[in-house]
Design a protein around this ligand. Structure first.
Ligand SMILES: NC(=O)c1ccc[n+]([C@@H]2O[C@H](COP(=O)([O-])OP(=O)(O)OC[C@H]3O[C@@H](n4cnc5c(N)ncnc54)[C@H](OP(=O)(O)O)[C@@H]3O)[C@@H](O)[C@H]2O)c1
Length: 245
């Protein structure tokens, strides 16, 4: 039975690096089911970046996972492609730098659903497919561990994901499925597009390694967590030594 990964938000940044890492180590019969929300061009670019053999192991599913009504169709599409999941990586995340005073109910709800609520219900819906000794990873953030007033709702959702990982340990116990969270600091993805030199310098001064992380460095951590069957209910930080002064 091949190893089956399902990853959300797998066509860009950290998610893409995780797909590349898993594909690199994959064998014949393995499948990597890669979800994305909107950008077909990114999805196509990811696909054509692989040699034919690896490409044949990748299954793309476009589904906007900011909406509850898309959970069912998404899970149905997954069930058409596989009868089990070994690794479920819930990586999709969105944020806003709008001041808290300017938030609308819709903005709050959209970020809550995308980052926290939909992932929670995806785990519920897909847990029956999870193989014994399967692993779930939730992509949280350092912003879910320390308060940032510049991204209130984002931080709240990421703190929620960390608590979800801990809380679901007992729920998933009967299937011997593990669940962990990864909490990256500042990672060089399109999230940093438009960041000024001054902003980079200010933040780099707070990072002991004096640089932003690479998506591949988060993917390396993710790979280690997925391959260690004794990790469960833990949070793994990857931030180059942020705020240790
Ligand atoms: N970059 C950082 O510094 C950083 C730090 C800490 C934590 N994180 C977390 O790491 C994760 C990935 O971040 P990233 O920087 O790699 O982001 P990214 O480059 O913007 O990639 C986001 C991925 O999520 C998908 N996505 C967005 N909205 C979606 C939706 N509604 N439904 C389905 N897929 C959707 C995107 O596909 P489409 O474009 O096609 O929608 C894309 O594949 C997020 O959870 C983020 O919070 C990032």
């Amino acid at each position: 039975m091949g190893n089956v990964t399902v990853i959300t938000g797998g066509t860009s940044g950290i998610g893409r690096a995780i797909v590349e890492k898993i594909a690199e180590h994959s064998s014949e019969g393995d499948k990597i089911i890669v979800n994305y929300g909107h950008n077909d061009q990114n999805a196509r670019q990811l696909l054509i970046s692989f040699e034919e053999e690896l490409r044949s192991r990748i299954i793309l599913i476009r589904e906007d996972l900011s909406k509850y009504e898309n959970i069912d169709p998404f899970c149905k599409k997954i069930k058409e492609k596989t009868d089990h999941i070994d690794w479920l990586v819930l990586n999709t995340g969105v944020g806003t730098y709008l001041p808290f005073e300017e938030y609308t109910f819709d903005l709050w709800d959209n970020i809550m659903r995308t980052n926290l609520s939909v992932p929670a219900f995806l785990i519920r819906e897909l847990s029956e497919l999870m193989a014994v000794n399967g692993n779930v990873i939730l992509m949280a953030s350092h912003a879910g561990q320390v308060p940032y007033s510049s991204s209130v709702v984002y931080g709240v959702t990421k703190a929620g994901l960390i608590f979800l990982a801990r809380t679901l340990v007992k729920v998933l116990e009967k299937r011997r499925v593990s669940i962990n969270a990864i909490a990256p600091g500042f990672i060089e993805t399109r999230w940093q597009d438009g960041r000024s030199e001054e902003s980079y310098e200010r933040i780099n001064k707070k990072i002991a390694l004096h640089r932003f992380g690479e998506p591949s460095e988060v993917a390396d951590l993710c790979w280690s967590v997925l391959n260690n069957d004794y990790l469960n209910g833990s949070v793994f930080e990857v931030h180059g030594g942020y705020n240790y002064f």
